[in-house]
Write a protein of this length. Structure first.
Length: 221
């Protein structure tokens, strides 16, 4: 992939361009729709044809999100297991003593170890994603716009005033939109798959964001 990107950069650098400032339009949507031209009705081409610069969130946003939410799940379950293990040393709930305490402790300890294993694998996956991201970004250094890409926790924090910050695609769309707006975007488009619940949630929240930031926002099916 690195070699392909290096070749692609050379090819693109040989294309004559007219560098002009264009209004930046951020496009959020359900993850498949925003990346599939036919499904989003060629929305990027239409924005560019009207003189704008279109940007969608990177595809890697989703695995970063899922690993982060998995980490929350693991921490929650491990905390619950910790108290259950402590409780297993006490008398049984039926008041018959703690004759079953050992078997309960063995079962809970196994669950606890499994949780630790999942947590470690989650950390490894996150580090692998970061490594791949930096490695693939290197051949394009200085070629693409040098805006700092918001991390998943920053996106969550941006969404927090409007929605539960880890609440799936809706929170990602809100958090990324706020990030774009704060970094100079001129407008946001929310592309909704038909009857999409996350898309409709974003649409409902968009009114407040439009009023707070005084920015055009279009929601379309």
């Amino acid at each position: 992939m690195v070699n392909i990107l290096q070749d692609a950069r050379r090819d693109f650098e040989n294309i004559p361009i007219n560098k002009t400032n264009k209004p930046l339009v951020g496009i959020v949507s359900e993850i498949f729709v925003r990346n599939h031209p036919y499904s989003n009705n060629e929305i990027i081409n239409k924005v560019e044809a009207m003189g704008g610069e279109a940007e969608i969130p990177p595809f890697g946003e989703w695995p970063y999100h899922t690993t982060a939410t998995r980490k929350i799940d693991i921490i929650t379950k491990q905390t619950d297991l910790y108290y259950k293990i402590i409780k297993s040393f006490g008398p049984d709930s039926d008041g018959s003593g703690n004759s079953n305490g050992y078997s309960k402790l063995t079962e809970l300890t196994g669950d606890f170890v499994s949780g630790i294993r999942f947590y470690v694998l989650n950390r490894i996956l996150n580090k692998l994603l970061e490594h791949c991201h930096h490695k693939l970004e290197k051949p394009l250094k200085g070629f693409l716009r040098e805006d700092k890409e918001a991390g998943i926790y920053e996106i969550w924090d941006n969404a927090k005033p409007y929605i539960i910050k880890w609440f799936g695609e809706a929170a990602l769309s809100i958090g990324k939109s706020v990030d774009w707006i704060r970094n100079g975007a001129h407008g946001i488009i929310n592309v909704l798959p038909f009857t999409c619940i996350p898309g409709n949630i974003v649409n409902a929240i968009s009114k407040r964001i439009r009023e707070e930031y005084k920015i055009p926002w279009l929601s379309c099916l």
